[in-house]
Ligand binder design. Structure first.
Ligand code: FES
Ligand code: FES
Length: 237
């Protein structure tokens, strides 16, 4: 018997590994239980505390039996399996969970699923048309608008909304002339950075993100200009 088992306060090597394996077993069992719970939620309508919620996500009507306290982000990820929207902070601080609701960008961690009935919800999974990427998605790939990719679904959804906001003539806090908000072709880098300031990137892929948005706006990003200069210099060398 080890000193720990005798109550001596020291843990033997064998005892330590035994405890670690027990903890690992618990950790493995926990997600399994979670999965069973979410499956049970799907097949047991209106368990105590639950209510039926109808959501239209990426054009499809979905019926969920969930508690009214469930956030839209958790409903998307845990109940519908749409895990593209990421949970970064769960406090409305990072933007990783950004989705589109009736065309407006929304932090899905800050709104309840039950509040979004009768609205059109679009997640990152719903932007492409079949095998054809949304122009913003294609621009992010072309300009390396990501590194680890964790913030990218939120960045792309926010950028898609940004384009529509500019088309509608929305101003930002850095818009110089509020009577004449900038058009797509003239939106400055400063405007893009300000309008995407609600989406953080821990990898700091901001230069690529801004370049991608510039391309989606119909502008020529500086990185593309530099590519042309370098390739022309290479040809003449
Ligand atoms: S997870 Fe929603 S803002 Fe960070
Ligand atoms: S690409 Fe890693 S957090 Fe943005």
């Amino acid at each position: 018997m080890s000193q720990n088992e005798k109550g001596g306060g020291k843990t033997s090597r064998r005892g330590f590994f035994g405890q670690a394996l027990t903890a690992a077993g618990t950790a493995i069992a926990a997600p399994t239980l979670l999965n069973q719970t979410s499956i049970a939620k799907k097949v047991t309508p209106n368990s105590p505390g639950e209510m039926t919620v109808k959501l239209t996500v990426n054009g499809q009507l979905q019926t969920l039996d969930i508690e009214p306290r469930v956030t839209l982000l958790d409903a998307l990820r845990e109940n519908l399996g749409l895990v593209g929207s990421k949970k970064g902070c769960d406090h409305g601080q990072c933007g990783a969970c950004t989705v589109l609701i009736d065309g407006q960008r929304v932090y899905s961690c800050l709104t309840l699923a039950v509040m979004q009935e009768d609205k059109q919800i679009v997640t990152i999974e719903g932007l492409a048309k079949g095998d054809t990427l949304h122009p913003v998605q294609a621009a992010f790939i072309e300009h390396d608008g990501f590194q680890c990719g964790y913030c990218t679904p939120g960045q792309i959804c926010a950028s898609v909304a940004l384009l529509e906001e500019v088309k509608r003539g929305c101003a930002s806090v850095v818009t110089a002339d509020l009577t004449r908000p900038p058009q797509l072709a003239e939106l400055s880098q400063q405007e893009i950075k300000e309008r995407l300031s609600g989406n953080l990137c821990r990898c700091s892929a901001y230069n690529g993100i801004v370049a991608a948005v510039q391309q989606a706006l119909g502008q020529t990003p500086p990185s593309a200009v530099a590519d042309v200069i370098f390739s022309e210099a290479g040809e003449s060398a």
